[in-house]
Ligand binder design. Structure first.
Ligand SMILES: [Zn+2]
Length: 298
């Protein structure tokens, strides 16, 4: 298993290696949400984030290794810079992996046990306040079929959009970085989500990128939004940028997802962030006109 403390160790190693590291913000319980930056500071940025849902912590390990790949292969051409945010929900991940033992606040501990209905948190998706972060963004917030309106292990939208500290932190970080594309890693299903009602050329553009992602990874594209109130949804809706949710990992496995599958998943995604960023940047500077070239990734 890949623990939060392993992530902090890896961040130190990135730092020792000379990569820029920093903090996106803090969780409800004051744990840091770190990032590592790889590439050039030329104004063209991408954000790649993982572990928004606690039980999907394998995606934190995935995002760290996607960053490592680019650090180790620094001669690969990259037309901008990538902010990798491996663990967006550090409290939730610790809950899922360690239970409530590490939480010092007795009242919170007892509330969490009640919400969860027991001490086994392996299926937990929310943060330490029972908010599902990926339905807490301001993009048709609360309109989802599966949305919940009370604290829960999953699907609770929160009191208001951005009521959770983690989603606010990621929002503010994103507004500061101004990425031209974002990638969110979730688990599981081997599918790519891209659609949040984009119109005309943006619809054509984002679908084309999604097709390229599907081709590269071997995953399937899902038509329709699938959900509302997610980070990807907000990026598409509020920022008008291409944004994707990739559900890695085969559906034949159940949560807690077997880490034995990690090598397969890493291999399917290994150079995807760089290829996608390069393509988006090339399109934006007019080196390639959208829609003409179907062979998106070089
Ligand atoms: Zn998820």
């Amino acid at each position: 298993m890949y623990y939060y403390c392993d992530l902090l160790d890896d961040m130190q190693k990135f730092c020792q290696y000379g990569a820029e590291t920093g903090i996106v913000g803090e969780s409800e319980l004051g744990q840091q949400i770190p990032y590592v930056f790889v590439g050039n500071k030329n104004g063209n940025y991408m954000i790649v984030q993982g572990a928004m849902h606690a039980r999907e912590h394998l995606t934190a390990l995935l995002v760290v290794n996607l960053a490592k790949y680019l650090v180790k292969n620094s001669s690969l051409p990259i037309m901008g810079g990538i902010y990798f945010v491996p663990n967006t929900n550090p409290d939730g991940v610790r809950l899922c992996q360690e239970g409530v033992g590490w939480i010092t606040d007795k009242q919170r501990k007892s509330n969490l046990l009640t919400i969860n209905g027991g001490a086994d948190f392996t299926q937990w998706k929310a943060n330490a306040d029972g908010v599902d972060l990926n339905v807490n963004f301001d993009a048709r917030w609360g309109e989802g079929v599966q949305n919940g309106f009370y604290k829960s292990a999953q699907n609770y939208v929160g009191k208001a959009p951005f009521s959770a500290r983690e989603s606010r932190a990621l929002r503010d970080f994103t507004l500061q970085i101004k990425p031209c594309v974002t990638l969110s890693y979730h688990l599981k299903g081997e599918v790519v989500y891209w659609d949040f009602g984009q119109k005309s050329h943006r619809r054509h553009r984002d679908r084309r990128y999604a097709q390229a992602i599907a081709q590269y990874t071997g995953y399937s594209i899902v038509s329709g939004a699938g959900s509302v109130g997610g980070y990807k949804d907000w990026c598409v809706d509020a920022l008008k940028i291409p944004a994707f949710t990739i559900e890695v990992g085969s559906d034949q496995f159940e949560h807690p997802f077997p880490y034995e599958q990690f090598a397969v998943i890493l291999n399917q995604n290994i150079d995807l962030p760089r290829k996608l960023l390069n393509t988006v940047v090339r399109d934006s500077v007019g080196l390639r006109s959208v829609g003409i070239n179907s062979d998106v990734f070089d």
